[in-house]
Design a protein around this ligand. Structure first.
Ligand code: SR1
Ligand code: MG
Length: 415
């Protein structure tokens, strides 16, 4: 039966695992273990031995952030494991941590210890400008989203995979409620910085906003387009200056492509709005410019790679080349690509808007804002982010390019 690991029990319980013995050294009594999980859901141990180190991630049967009153199935670990396998196959080795071992009963994954990597969100709070994240994450998103869809997979293979991930119901339910619904009414577990009260009342009375948020939820729930990471925020990325790894795909399931990329850009924009709260040690002007550049570069790299895959790997049942290139109409394929990218762009803006709202008004907040101790200053960062999010959700069909949206973010931030 399932038993949660402890720092003390881990060496004895996992000492027999050949792969761990080969990575760390065979004498498990010489292993040093620390629990470092600071996420909302799981236990995470770093295990170091004479030969090297590894990470052991174990799901708990409840939401760690809330406690045992909110049960959550262990099978999320199964979905995380299978998503990591697919992401590595689609985006390439070295884009996610290497997996050493998976134990379904114990809901644990043993994987590569990434060092000296740190969580991207932490790096951005510290004002570090990582040179390759736009490229690494734009490529990761384009390759995983394209190659996991009916654009690339055979219909049979994709439908089988869709059925496999359809069981991730409880984690989808978290997103469906926490992202699309709870921020827009006084849900029990919501919280926000008190100085935001008047704006929060306004947003919760905003009919257009609520209708659009529900339309986005409809899209999220009903458009099983590709295998999503499902929680692609800056806390799900580990970085050094020249290496980027995407972690934690336990929310993986088949949904709309725009969700992953929208969530990612939302987190860059939130980092942008939070910079004023981290200015004690000097100006963050260059960091602000870097973050907006990261948004436009991520989107343009995503678009270019998606277009490249469209032209070279479109082997699935959608937009078959037999209708276009193979009968002398390559422009038809280009026209269809423009349509696909255009709706992806509009949808991602909407998803970005609701992600910003839920991180400020809902249960699960962001360290970007939460580490701003002075509540008045924090609210001064959060309020423009909320207005920006509202604009994205309601006006997403009238926003034409990343540069325009960034210009809007700058304008709202200065108000
Ligand atoms: C109850 S879980 C709250 C949030 O943590 C995860 O990282 C997801 O973002 C989820 O929405
Ligand atoms: Mg996570």
């Amino acid at each position: 039966p399932f038993q949660p690991l402890t720092v003390e029990a881990l060496p004895a319980r996992l000492g027999e695992l050949e792969i761990l013995a080969s990575k760390l050294g065979p004498d498990s009594t010489a292993w040093a273990v620390r629990e470092v999980g600071d996420g909302n859901l799981n236990l995470v141990f770093i295990v170091e031995g004479p030969k090297g180190a590894a990470v052991v991630k174990q799901a708990l049967p409840y939401v760690r952030l809330v406690g045992e009153s909110w049960p959550l199935p262990l099978k999320r670990s199964f979905f995380e494991y299978h998503a990591l396998v697919r992401q590595e196959a689609r985006a390439g080795k070295g884009t996610v941590p290497a997996i050493y071992h998976f134990d379904e009963t114990q809901a644990l994954i043993v994987m590569e210890y990434l060092s000296p990597h740190i969580i991207l969100r932490r790096a951005l709070i510290d004002g570090r400008e990582l040179p390759s994240i736009a490229s690494d994450l734009g490529l990761f998103a384009a390759r995983t989203l394209f190659r996991g869809s009916d654009l690339a997979m055979t219909a049979r293979e994709r439908k089988a995979d869709l059925a496999l991930f359809a069981g991730n119901v409880e984690l989808c339910d978290i997103t469906e409620n926490l992202v699309f619904t709870d921020p827009y009414f006084e849900a029990e577990l919501n919280r926000h910085t008190p100085e935001l009260d008047p704006l929060v009342v306004e947003l919760r009375a905003d009919r257009d906003l609520k209708v659009e948020a529900q339309r986005l939820k409809h899209l999220f729930a009903a458009n099983a387009e590709t295998l999503l990471h499902g929680d692609l925020h800056t806390g799900s990325v580990m970085v050094t200056d020249d290496d980027t790894r995407v972690i934690d795909p336990e929310f993986a399931f088949y949904g709309p492509m725009a969700f992953d990329i929208g969530m990612l850009l939302a987190n860059f924009w939130m980092s942008f709005f939070s910079q004023a709260g981290h200015e004690q040690e000097g100006s963050r002007a260059s960091m602000r410019a870097y973050l907006l550049r990261t948004v436009s570069d991520t989107w343009s790299i995503f678009r270019a790679e998606f277009a490249h895959l469209w032209r070279t790997e479109r082997t699935g049942m959608l937009y078959a080349s037999s209708l276009f290139e193979k009968c002398g109409d390559p422009l038809g394929a280009e026209q269809a690509l423009d349509h696909v990218l255009h709706s992806l762009w509009q949808d991602l803006l909407g998803f970005a808007g609701v992600e910003i709202h839920r991180r400020i008004l809902g249960l699960a907040h962001n360290a970007d804002f939460e580490t701003i101790g002075d509540e008045v200053l924090r609210a001064r960062c959060e309020a423009p982010a909320l207005s920006f999010g509202r604009h994205l959700v309601v006006n997403r069909r009238h926003l034409h390019c990343a540069e325009d949206v960034n210009a809007l973010a700058s304008l709202i931030e200065k108000e």
